[in-house]
Design a binder for this molecule. Sequence first.
Ligand code: CA
Length: 738
Amino acid sequence: MNKGLALLGVLLVAAAAYMMLNPQSGGTDMGGAETAMTASSIEPTTGFIDDERIKNAESEPGNWLAFGRTYEEQRHSPLTQINKDTVGQLGLAWFKDMNTNRALEATPIVVDGTMYFTSTWSKVYAVDAITGETIWMYDPKVPGEWARRACCDVVNRGVAVYNGRVYVGTLDGRLVALDAATGGVVWDVDTLIDRTRFYTITGAPRVANGKVFIGNGGAEFGVRGYVTAYDAETGDQAWRFFTVPGDPSLPFEHAEMELAAKTWKGGSWWEFGGGGMVWNSIVYDPDFDSLYIGVGNGSPWTRVIRSPGGGDNLFLSSIVALDANTGEMKWYYQTTPGDNWDFTAVQDIALADMEVDGEMRKVLLQAPKNGFFYVLDRADGKLLRAHKFATVTWASHVDMETGRPVLNPELDYQDNAKWILPGPLGAHNWQAMSVDVDAGVVDIPAQDNPLIYGMSDEWQKTGIYKRNPGSWNTGVEFGRITQLFLDNIAEQPTPKGYLKAFDPLTGKDKWVVEIPHYWNGGVLSSAGGLVFQGDALGMLTAYDKDTGEARWQYNTFTSMLAPPITFELDGVQYLSILTGTGGADLFSGEPLPPVAEHASLTYNNYGRLLVFKIGGGAELPVPTVRDRSIPAQANLVASNEQIAAGELHYNNYCSVCHGLAVRSGGSIPDLRRMSEGTHSAFNQIVQDGLLAANGMAAFDDVVSDEDTSLIHHYVKARAEQDRLYAAGEVELPQLTWQ
Ligand code: CA
């Protein structure tokens, strides 16, 4: 039965939303209301990155000038001071508390001694890379209630630095140019086509050839994807490329939409939005003056609702090559035609020159959610390889003649719910991989993480699915997901996490490290012969790049998602990482064996910037173990029917942040431990937005007073079940009332 609980604890996605902030859970993130830090007296040593310098970033191994270090985004550093022999003496040089317990996901940029990175709520920091002292901080003042529009919390993956400017995309859809020396706003533009829809930006902008490029997220809620180029100096729009067709009664915005529209059949996808968000990967290629964009999943997830007549639904789940100057399409490759599973192709794209079948080629590399590793020729998009890099059950293989995946017909979930690998968290998500061209491997934070996919109850009963503004619109059943889970537990594949040194040409693993939790951090490799990764258990590890053997480990006491970076200043090499988990793990909740508990549950989710060097002697405070006892619940007066009704609402509106079965993943408050004060303010919080500034917006547009009361009954009932179970007073928690 523990297996059942574990399973329950480990997956799943549900509806949108935040529920309350619990003062007992140690929440310190004050969201948009966080106190601004004052500028220090340090003179900024901002170097000036012009076009020439960023194109030649490879010749400056001491700096980290672009998101993936150089335009190739390989995240493989030539630095060697920290190597297999010296790494044993690696120690903490300094750390900086970021005053947040929400996820930190950014890749810092380091230019001549200044480090630029983002924290939660799209806040930008410029710090002295030797001391950690803040040079300036910029807070874009994202309204707290905007957090409800984010699938995966108030995260941000970083900035771009170029020609004396720092560029950031904000959660509420703005692109802002800052003065790199002072943090002052140079320009601030609205990138959204419709501010009533739930668009967000969490990705890092990219910059090249005088233009800044940015996309956005939001497909789970129902939006339409596009990427926009802006003049880096003025903020004027240069071009915009839509990834899916819009309302067919209106003219096509550009020629590519006419091609795409032929692959969407029936239905009214444009009312849902269609999806195809470019929320993470946008890579500039100086060799071809191309921009490669990774395009996201369909909205809704299920094609039978989105495009009931079938079709490939271009350009969902595709890698698209655009002319960086004009935005015109050069070629595309669709990884998952007619996406039915939330299989985004937005994962990091890396560029390399590689010998393939005896010929040197300029290739593009990606490990998207769907579990196949793609090697494409950048000249024309030709598919060169598509090997599985994790367990894949939705398709048997990719047909190399047609370039299309061959589906597993037994896993069609239209009539009956099915466990499918990968699930919506993907075989690989946004956590960065690294590419070691000399070794012929990519180092991938991979996972086997299934979902039981089933059509929504509403669709099964009526054949109709109505868009619900203000909520997730996936078409997949979430209200009864706990029951679906329990009914099918015997067949559930065990979730697993891995770090894999994978040969993309042969599809073979050079080595594999299995990690006891599946949701782990990004990767950095180096010419020092090491592969660095922070994991869910709080361990920052340097692995031997030849064998996968751990050469050095450091306990940060906090789970990590962000990738490490490395840089060198005055002859000293540094290693740096941001700590703190969350993001999409919010809907995964508290795991039970066989998946290990992660560090941010055991202790707290300490948002910090850590910087290491050989001989570093600073120490992190050793945290106390978090009090996770569950208080006895007052006024348990609801009927089973009321609790069951509350469960449906909770799963649809609350679980994505507060966790399935009311088991929080650790960074968002666990509602089983609400204080008496929070209980008494429950209705005001949900209906009136009492805690909107922290991200817990009002939900009065989607749940009534009565629904709120039912949700409250369900939360209390779940808390009491787990309290009695922990006390040994009952043998089995029931977990569902459906
Ligand atoms: Ca998605």
